[in-house]
Design a protein around this ligand. Structure first.
Ligand code: HGY
Ligand code: MN
Ligand code: MN
Length: 429
């Protein structure tokens, strides 16, 4: 999609950007952060009653901003402001309001609330754009308890596959049942699917979740591409035994084997990094059975998460790792099985949208920096159906997925103004 800066537009863009209300936006950040597990701020997991309650509040905020609100069959909460031309494909923004466990108050949340703030500013300024404007709170961007992330945006892109819907959480409930439990209809996902061309453009505002913008003291990031992410479940099958009576050389200790695999994974990822090759590998989830002090661990289930900007690394890393460790694991008397949970390719942002964000940042008086995203986002799936761009804002010490996650109101407003200006240029042509 092309666009051009037209002076006449700039005056309308300026009117709407000036109608953005920092206090109203910041109050919404604070109000939404109240929906957390009290003992673990900030934890608001998708598919929980707490997330459901926060969605009721979010719906009220979208309505207060003049939006019509619905939940689609995949559990996405969608606010829309009708444009003058109902037939023109909408311009969409959004992100996610669910968190990781012990997460922050800004990851995902700033993108949803900044979108609502733009709708509110349009209403306050009495501006009805040519195109319909949509704000989406995507369901479960964070890896859900079923092991699947970006549930709502995958559904919208038509890639929430049957095997994913059959994935289960610890209670044995499937993702499909979880979607039904929160009011979705997993057997009607065809109604959710948006075809390429049905959305004019998608933009997402997000905290960088990394250190670059803060270190360079630049207020706005223009994302160039997002790393590919591959998640593989590895099951190490040993033999549970009495911890006191089983001699060391007769054990099949699944956790010792898993520990060796995890260290090998760490070393392999470190070795692959080059100035122009980004590779990170993490085993952040480990379930040990029977997980008691006086029994030799008989079974370990863990998730290897790999991220890289190189498709060749994404394609081969787990296989190379297991191949290299095969002999050592055999000596430990354990067996391995793997199951691919998900795989997202390296995703490039639309060059015209990137330039629009740069131009909008300049129009709003901000320097910007082009940089990649090491984090995954719903924008990866929206890029399958529309020209996509992302606006980053700095976060304190580059930290995220932790309670220390923070950005200040001015940093948030800079990103919101640039998102709003960029969206306005797209909404008006
Ligand atoms: O894990 C991620 O990259 C994102 O923050 N959910
Ligand atoms: Mn996250
Ligand atoms: Mn996020």
């Amino acid at each position: 999609m092309g666009y051009s800066f037209k002076p006449a537009m700039c005056s309308v863009v300026k009117t709407v950007v000036q109608a953005l209300n920092a206090q109203r936006l910041w109050q919404r950040i604070e109000d939404l952060s109240c929906f957390t597990e009290p003992a673990r701020p900030w934890t608001r997991r998708a598919f929980t009653p707490l997330h459901g309650q926060s969605r009721v509040w979010l719906q009220e905020q979208m309505q207060a901003a003049g939006m019509e609100v619905r939940q689609d069959e995949a559990g996405n909460l969608i606010g829309s402001l009708r444009g003058r031309d109902p037939d023109a494909p909408p311009v969409v923004t959004g992100s996610h309001s669910d968190t990781v466990v012990d997460g922050g108050r800004f990851d995902g949340i700033v993108g949803v609330l900044a979108g609502i703030e733009l709708a509110h500013a349009l209403q306050d300024a009495g501006v009805q754009p040519l195109r319909t404007f949509e704000v989406i709170d995507f369901l479960s961007e964070e890896p859900s308890d079923y092991g699947i992330s970006c549930v709502g945006s995958r559904a919208l892109a038509g890639v929430l596959e049957a095997d994913m819907l059959a994935s289960t959480n610890d209670t044995g409930e499937t993702l499909a049942q979880g979607i039904a439990r929160i009011g979705g209809q997993h057997h009607k996902l065809d109604k959710v699917r948006r075809l390429p061309g049905s959305v004019a453009a998608f933009l997402e505002l997000h905290i960088e979740q990394g250190p670059v913008l803060e270190a360079r003291a630049i207020p706005v990031g223009v994302v160039s591409h997002l790393v590919g992410i591959r998640r593989v479940q590895i099951t190490v099958q040993g033999r549970p035994d009495h911890a006191g009576t089983t001699p060391m050389d007769l054990r099949c200790d699944a956790l010792v084997a898993a520990a060796r695999l995890i260290d090998a994974c760490y070393q392999q990822a470190k070795a692959l990094n080059q100035p122009d090759v980004y590779v990170v590998a993490t085993v952040g989830r480990v379930d040990v059975q029977p997980n008691v002090p006086n029994a030799v661990p008989g079974r370990v289930e863990m998730v290897l998460e790999l991220r890289s900007d190189q498709e060749s690394v994404l394609a081969s890393f787990p296989e190379l790792l297991l191949q290299a460790q095969e002999e050592k694991l055999r000596e430990l008397g354990v067996s391995l099985s793997t199951r691919e949970l998900s795989r997202a390719p390296v995703t490039h942002c639309d060059p015209a949208i990137m330039q629009l964000i740069r131009d909008s940042a300049r129009q709003c008086g901000y320097d910007s920096l082009t940089l990649p995203s090491g984090a995954g986002h719903d924008a990866v799936y929206m890029a399958r159906i529309a020209p996509m761009g992302m606006v980053f804002v700095p976060c304190l010490n580059g930290r995220s997925h932790c309670p220390e996650e923070w950005l200040d109101i001015d940093q948030l407003m800079a990103g919101t103004q640039v998102l709003a200006a960029s969206m306005m240029h797209l909404l008006m042509q």
